[in-house]
Ligand binder design. Structure first.
Ligand code: F6R
Length: 609
């Protein structure tokens, strides 16, 4: 999704802005640009395509100055070309704006501005803002921005500079993340902390309805409604630079897959109480009595996080015996859900910024529900707005296809389930057994990763397929959905996940000798059932790839390819089963030449509805 970087200070701005944009590349974008105050005015350079093209342009037309803003754009209004790339300039050339989000009343504002003689150079909603700020500008940039924003409906994270009120960046937020980075006599604006992590760890997060004014001498945060200065907490970022670099791996995705023994351990660290067979979760902000008082639980999320939610549903219902509904966040608030003050709403999001998920959480709150965030990015909007939560502590996830966040989300859900279930009826013995199984997971994941080459060979054999089916039962059904999503996201091969038995109600029609079917068939409580599904596929000449956990006479002669994973309990199996599926998607995509870390059309965090 779009990214914003801004710099004001003593250093030359352009290299810092470009470096920041590169750190944001992972979020997905299709054009990029910078605007810098060059001493006599604001100069803008922008280009369609990758940042390397912008850099090439800057090499021939350098822009010099110590205050600037920059942007990576992920097209919403108008095609991804140079004229639509940000920054956008006001008609008089004095104001430059970068913007994430959507101005919903852009058309009516445009008509009004055109009547007043403004000529539009782009198809974007953002350009409206640049002209509006010019229209209201009277020497003071922040006043003009406030006045312009008062006329705007929609969502925004913006950064603005002016050739007249110089050496200052004005930034404002409504619905699109933004933060101020505090350096020594220098300040940054960014939509994502990775953009500025190389320069500072001290940040102030803007909340909706807030504006930041930064210049070389300091920063002010202003409440846009009350127009008064706020004194906000400075947060310290714990992530280090190595975590946002590839560290010898060919892609961030591969690095993140290989990090999972550690990330899964990090999610559990300090939270397992083996003797008591339960977990300790400091951030829930709920007493045991409050936790026991909920009638039902709703889990809401999107994409991969929605898949972990499905696993969470199974865990909570099986172990804690509380009714759970899983809702796509994008559907949740448009269908009058049954949610009230007796509902606990668990919101799962790696980024903590997904617009649909955030909106669903706010809707649940509005209806009186208590909200818990299961989030990776510390300080993100969902993490800050939820009533309580569990950070998954997986470290920065840069690859667009989510991998380590998924396995850590499942662990976080399990920790929550253990806590709730032990307060209810789960026995001490069972609690201890589960914890013992959890403790073994990092080393079991490592055993799978040590055999990554086998999956790479498998990928070579199947990379030409144009469709895949992924089938699993019970806890492995969400793992099948996740395996299919990974493959389609980065290799662009069509793939579907199904509950294995559901196959005979339709998808079986697709099976022929060209169709690879990935079965997640470990030795678990539904193994016998899935065996019959394997037979059904084989009888129709489908090519069977099976994730198994032991020698199975019932599968003899049935499998075209088998990958063995360690045995664990049913409830932990999706954590292990998803690792070879991540590797399969990765290697197929690499072999097909896809841009694995930045697949086409995808954004790391979808901050528009
Ligand atoms: C899949 C993927 C997306 C995200 C989804 C939710 O690999 O990355 O499907 O899972 O956009 O994102 P978060 O978890 O950040 O809310």
């Amino acid at each position: 999704m779009c990214g914003i970087v801004g710099y004001v200070g003593p250093r030359v701005a352009t290299p810092l802005l470009i470096e920041g944009l590169k750190r944001l590349e992972y979020r997905g974008y299709d054009s990029a640009g910078v605007a810098v105050m060059n001493g006599s005015g604001v100069e803008t350079v922008k280009e369609a395509g990758k940042i390397a093209r912008l850099e090439a342009l800057l090499a021939t037309t350098p822009v010099h100055g110590t205050t600037g803003i920059a942007h990576t754009r992920w097209a919403t209004h108008g095609p991804p070309n140079q004229k639509n790339a940000h920054p956008h300039m006001s008609q008089d050339g004095n104001i430059a704006v970068v913007h994430n989000g959507i101005i919903e009343n852009a058309n009516s504002l445009k008509r009004m501005l055109e009547k007043r003689g403004y000529k539009f150079m782009s198809d974007t909603d953002t350009e409206v803002l640049a002209h509006l700020i010019q229209e209201t500008f009277d020497g003071n940039l922040e006043d003009a921005v406030i006045e312009a924003l008062n006329q705007v409906e929609g969502t925004y994270g913006i950064a603005v500079i002016s050739a007249i009120d110089t050496h200052k960046i004005v930034a404002a937020r409504k619905g699109s993340p933004l933060l101020v980075g505090l350096g020594e006599n220098e300040y940054f604006i960014a939509s994502d902390v990775s953009a500025i992590l190389a320069h500072t760890r001290q940040v102030v997060y803007l909340d909706d309805g807030e504006m930041a004014v930064v210049d070389r001498n300091g920063y002010r945060i202003i409440d846009l409604n009350a127009e008064e200065v706020l004194h906000k907490k400075v947060a310290r970022i714990d992530w280090d630079l190595a975590q946002i670099e590839r560290g010898g791996f060919a892609h961030f995705m591969l690095k993140e897959i290989f990090e999972q023994p550690h990330t899964v351990e990090n999610t559990m660290r300090g939270r397992l109480l083996l003797d008591e067979g339960t977990s300790k979760l400091g951030g829930l902000n709920l007493t045991d009595e409050e936790l026991l008082a909920f009638d039902n639980i709703v889990i809401t999320a999107c994409g991969t996080s929605w898949h972990s939610a499905l696993i969470g549903e199974g865990l909570i219902e099986e172990l804690a015996r509380v009714p759970v509904e899983v809702e796509y966040a994008s559907e949740f608030r448009y269908r009058n859900p049954i949610v009230d003050e007796k509902t606990l709403c668990i919101v799962i999001s790696q980024s903590g910024e997904t617009a649909d998920t955030l909106a669903a959480m706010r809707e649940a709150k509005r209806r009186g529900a208590r909200t818990l965030g299961i989030v990776n990015v510390v300080g993100s909007t969902i993490a800050r707005e939820a009533d309580g939560g569990i950070y998954i502590h997986a470290g920065p996830e840069i690859g667009v296809a989510s991998t380590k966040a998924f396995t850590s989300q499942v662990i976080a859900l399990l920790l929550f389930t253990l806590k709730l279930a032990r307060l209810r009826d789960l026995s001490l013995l069972r609690g201890r057994e589960i914890i013992t199984g959890m403790i073994e997971l990092p080393q079991q994941i490592q055993q799978i990763l040590d055999r990554a080459e086998e999956i790479e060979n498998l990928a070579e054999e199947f990379k030409r397929a144009s469709n895949f089916l992924y089938l699993g039962r019970g806890y492995n059904f969400p793992a099948a959905l996740e395996g299919a999503l990974k493959l389609k996201e980065i290799s662009y091969i069509h793939a579907e996940g199904y509950p294995a038995a559901e196959m005979k109600h339709g998808p079986i029609a697709l099976i022929d000798e060209m169709m690879p079917v990935v079965f997640i068939a470990p030795h678990d409580s539904v193994f016998d059932k899935i065996t019959s599904n394997v037979h059904e596929v084989k009888a129709r000449k489908g090519r069977v790839i099976a994730i198994t956990s032991r020698d199975e006479p019932a599968l003899e002669g049935m499998l075209d390819y088998e990958f063995r994973i360690p045995e664990t309990m049913d409830i932990l199996m999706p954590v292990l089963a998803s690792v070879p599926l991540q590797l399969l998607a990765y290697y197929v995509a690499v072999k097909l030449g896809s841009n694995v870390d930045q697949p086409r059309n995808l954004a790391k965090s979808v901050t528009v509805e």
